[in-house]
Design a protein around this ligand. Structure first.
Ligand code: DGJ
Length: 741
């Protein structure tokens, strides 16, 4: 054996060992989370799911973004960041949390004014701590004792990173904060980014829009004091052309239910940055010496497999980390809500009659909506007076609640606690309790004004009223509504420079009431409603088990609204009612089965006037609700695949939900308007186990005559299904069950 042969053999062995250890390192990379700091290149690195996020301390002492994308090998080292400076940008380093000052010309995360007129704020690294999956980094202004504590928490399962900041004033003077973001997110420089976002209006929420990211800034925001129907605090950015199933997508959602803003800018160096937090419009938060302000949390993630996976990661994260019952939220009970049936015209007898009918079809929760309190006959009076109307309910609520319980359902109640009608005892007693500006008109909307929840006495009143209602009655569920946005957002009782605290203190008090009510009444569940989907965000979803998606209950429009909704939010919180036909909102007529199938894409509710139903309607409803109960877990907690989008004038749409263990799936197919009797194109399922055998059976409708009753996952995904649909507004749904592996 010569030495060259020996050397070759040793080299081969070493290479083999390297491959082995490399493979082991990669395998280990793909699971769990890790947070580290590399002192040699001054780099922080957070790994989780399939994602790596990294930033470092640059030569100026700023925190500078380094990488956000596919998970890197544990052995990979990122180069030490160097601040950049070009002629048209004095300081263009993509900072993690830029203060406005020191030559920063792009969107700052923090802007402040000191009493001496100084408005220059330059934040440099001071220290950091790592604890489990969390990293804290402290920054300080270069000369003044303004500290910023950045917090990062990496989710091991999804790679979604939660970021927030706390601003601390350790100077001995007041400091006015004029712009405070939760985080700045940077992307590698490029000109081929586009973004998707959700816009809309009352009755038309969650419409998916898209825009190319060009030089300049795109602003998504609410200036209304609440999340708003017009825009949802969520973004998704693709590089190149991503699809539902493919391509790089960065996505994020801000957890704030007040005025918010997310900006997406491309700077002159083609760097793309997303900044989000409190809306700086009309913002001004005075920090006294020793005081601090905590921002909302901004959550964001990344995937290489398109918008579908981006949504599924969000859904998983929300179910496991955000919702009040996370990580195991209870399935949403099938509910009945009286609003569309009775509007304000509620009374004991009428509600009992509806409850009997609701229980006969399998409803699990009966919710009485608006009209039960004070002098509430219509929307002109009563808000603020949360006593039970004695003419409508001579026995209080107790008798109705007992009846509902005896029918095997739990009881829920509508409230709108932040509001007051000028025609109410509360307003007559406390006209100063509303948001207003001294000497200026108080603009009414739906004949109501907004109570200033930031005031301690108002907060106490609202909490006590609700606490009493819940303590005196067996109420399992509150539908908490909000039917107008802010105007004249003044707070005359505090000093002028303190008045804008309203934007923060109101929302914090709103959250704290929800939290305290839940703590005191642990079985209570809450729905966030704001004249439909006007308060849906990851902030309120910490306290609300579900949301009212839209006042538009037309099942065809709902396909679009629900499609958009699921880009950001899990179908497990998306309430969808079956209501009457023609629909109140647009007079469109659809079959009961179509209405059911549209609503079964989310958490099912019934909102129809059951007094007008035929025996046949009751039979259909009973069968549909029973079918829904067999799929609700998959729909609410499974993996959602948007197979065919209803947007872009498409004539069909389809979704599929797959159980986490892939043992079952359900597919919904909708035909909007058939012409020339063209057959419905094949729909290709996704997410099944390709080697397993699945049986198929309809919930409603059928597959074309020659379809097999069992076939492999590969068949259903490759060959697809052919739904036999005809005419206008036809729909079908199919359950797939794994019969063998
Ligand atoms: C608006 C909600 O979205 C409706 O469902 C209903 O609760 C009404 N408010 C009641 O006023």
């Amino acid at each position: 054996m010569n030495t060259r042969f020996l050397r070759n053999q040793i080299a081969k062995l070493l290479a083999f060992l390297l491959i082995l250890t490399g493979a082991a390192a990669c395998a280990q990379d793909a699971v769990g989370a890790s947070v580290s700091f590399d002192a040699t290149n001054k780099m922080f690195r957070l790994d989780g799911g399939s994602v790596t996020y990294a930033f470092g301390i640059n030569n100026r002492g700023e925190l500078q973004f380094a990488y956000w994308g596919e998970r890197l090998a544990a052995s990979d080292t990122l180069p030490e960041p160097r601040g950049i400076g070009f002629s048209d940008e004095i300081n263009d380093a993509p900072q993690e949390f830029p203060g406005w000052g020191g030559g920063t010309l792009d969107e700052p995360a923090l802007k402040a004014t000191f009493p001496d007129g100084n408005r220059d704020l330059v934040l440099h690294y001071v220290s950091h701590t790592i604890s489990g999956n969390s990293l804290g980094v402290t920054l300080r202004d270069i000369s003044r004792d303004i500290f910023v504590n950045l917090k990062y928490t990496m989710d091991p399962a999804t790679g979604i990173l939660a970021r927030s900041a706390t601003i601390e004033n350790k100077t001995n003077t007041k400091v006015l904060l004029e712009q405070v973001a939760a985080a700045s997110w940077n992307l590698a420089a490029g000109t081929d980014y586009s973004m998707r976002y959700l816009a809309g209006r009352w009755g038309g929420e969650f419409q998916l829009e898209s825009e190319k990211i060009e030089p300049g800034e795109i602003v998504l925001e609410s200036r209304r004091g609440s999340t708003g129907h017009q825009s949802s605090p969520w973004f998704a950015i693709e590089r190149g052309a991503a699809t539902e199933t493919d391509g790089k997508v960065w996505f994020g959602a801000l957890a704030w239910s007040g005025s918010w803003r997310i900006t997406v800018e491309q700077d002159p160096l083609r760097q793309v940055r997303i900044t989000g937090g409190f809306n700086p419009f009309d913002f001004g938060y005075q920090l006294a010496p020793g005081e601090s302000l905590e921002t909302p949390v901004f959550y964001a993630g990344f995937t290489t497999t398109g918008f579908g996976e981006a949504s599924r990661l969000m859904h998983r994260y929300e179910l496991a980390n955000i919702l009040p019952q996370a990580p195991k939220p209870r399935l949403r009970p099938v509910l009945y809500n009286s609003w569309e049936a009775t509007t304000f015209d509620v009374d004991e007898k009428g509600q009992e009659l509806l409850a009997e009918k609701a229980s006969s079809i399998g409803v699990e929760r009966f919710v009485m909506d608006d009209g039960w309190f004070g002098q509430r006959k219509n929307d002109h009076a009563g808000l603020g007076d949360w006593y039970v109307n004695p003419q409508k309910f001579p026995h209080g609520l107790g008798s109705l609640i007992d009846k509902v319980h005896s029918l095997g359902m739990d009881f829920g109640l509508w409230v709108e606690p932040e509001m007051v009608n000028p025609d109410s005892d509360l307003y007559r007693k406390h006209p100063d309790w509303v948001i207003n500006m001294t000497g200026r008109p108080r603009t009414e909307d739906r004949n109501q004004l907004v109570l200033n929840l930031a005031r301690p006495e108002v907060r106490s009143y609202v909490f006590e009223v609700l606490d009493r209602l819940l303590s005196e009655n067996k109420i399992s569920f509150l539908k908490w509504d909000l039917n107008r946005v802010w105007s004249e957002p003044g707070w005359p009782e505090v000093a002028p420079e303190e008045q804008k605290r309203l934007y923060v203190s109101y929302i914090r008090n709103y959250y704290s009431i929800l939290q305290e009510l839940r703590a005191k009444h642990p079985k209570l569940e809450i729905e966030s409603c704001a004249g439909g989907g006007g308060r849906v965000d990851l902030g309120v979803l910490h306290f609300a088990d579900e949301v009212w998606t839209s006042d538009n209950t037309d099942p065809f429009d709902r396909l679009l609204i629900q499609d958009g909704f699921t880009y950001a939010y899990t179908p497990g919180v998306m309430m969808a009612w079956v209501t009457d036909s023609p629909n109140w909102y647009n007079q469109r007529a659809t079959s009961l089965a179509y209405r059911f199938l549209s609503s079964m894409q989310g958490s099912l509710g019934i909102g129809a006037n059951l007094n007008n139903w035929t025996a046949e309607d009751f039979a259909t409803a009973k069968q549909m609700i029973s079918a829904y109960k067999s799929i609700e877990e998959v729909v609410q907690h499974g993996a959602l695949y948007r197979l065919v989008t209803p947007r872009d004038g498409s004539n069909i749409s389809a979704t599929e939900s797959v159980a986490p263990d892939k043992a079952s799936a359900v597919a919904f197919v909708f035909l909007h308007s058939q012409q020339m009797r063209y057959p419905v194109p094949s729909i290709f399922l996704l997410g099944l186990d390709r080697n397993a055998i699945y049986s198929v059976r309809p919930i409603f409708g059928h597959l074309s005559g020659d379809a097999p009753q069992t076939a492999s996952g590969a068949f259903w995904m490759g060959h697809g299904i052919d739904a036999d649909l005809k005419g206008d507004y036809d729909a079908a749904a199919f359950i797939f069950e794994r019969v063998s592996k």
